[in-house]
Design a protein around this ligand. Sequence first.
Ligand code: ADP
Length: 313
Amino acid sequence: MTATLVAEDVRRTYGDTVALDGVSLSVDAGEVFALVGPNGAGKTTLVRALTGTTDAEGPVAVFGADPREVDRERIGLLPQAFDPPARLTARELLTYYAGLYDDSRDVDAVLADVGLTGAADTWYENLSGGQRRRTCVGAALVNDPDLLFLDEPTTGIDPAGRRSLWDLLESLAAGGATIFLTTHDMAEAHRLADRVGLLADGRLVAVDEPDALVAEYGGESRLVVETDADPAALDLPYPAERSGDSLVVSDVPPEAIGDVVDALDAAGASYDALSWSEPDLEDVYLRLAGGGGDEYDYRGIDRATATPAEGER
Ligand code: ADP
């Protein structure tokens, strides 16, 4: 299969700032790829490099061609900062953008897709934050693109609007569109993406299917028990440590939670709430991109294969 999007060792600096430090990736036709990473990691710069809207070193190919030479009817782009004229209605804005293409979708159908039928005649400046963002997503859809770049599409959208946008993006992907999105929302990345790429300091430090990333880097399950019990006084076959007012027991399978309760009872320890959680993509993010207590040194990861280098596990 020919990849829709290929980047090889892409670099971009702004003065002394290295925004992209050698990013290579390939996204197949029909794939949903989510790029995650902290603020300043280089996500927007990578979207700009992939869409040919910034000068970067290293070849980028979209549909096998230089992104600047690709038929723009085939690409949709929602930039992170998109500030359309305030005194146009949602319908007028989409009609304007639809007019830029030879072959565009019916504007009312796009308004319905992004849940704006009822607000179609409201000036952009009078729409809520979520409605504005949905108008902008609609503007990226008017040309029925084969490849859609969405830079933080759901930022500022309320949970219900976010879920309906997820449904829309899933239906676009099911219809064969290739989607490249950036997000700070790990639930969004996990739900939508076939593969997730984690960018940190301009480098792609891990790329894989969401479940594979969680299995590889997410760490263990955690049982948090509100108790003042001393882990040394408990006969527990699992690693346990104190964290604030709680005891955190790692790697307890759900069927063994009763054993931990029995150990607390046997030690005469009182306890209140118990909560058990599995690792998720947020744990992966915190571990690889920093911000978590148990920080993983992603510099030990072989970026070519996005797997930890020998001796670094
Ligand atoms: P992200 O989208 O992950 O927040 P960006 O791609 O916006 O990251 O930025 C990556 C780095 O490049 C940051 O240090 C940012 O300050 C810098 N940068 C991005 N665009 C410019 C620009 N036009 N001029 C100067 N520095 C920039």
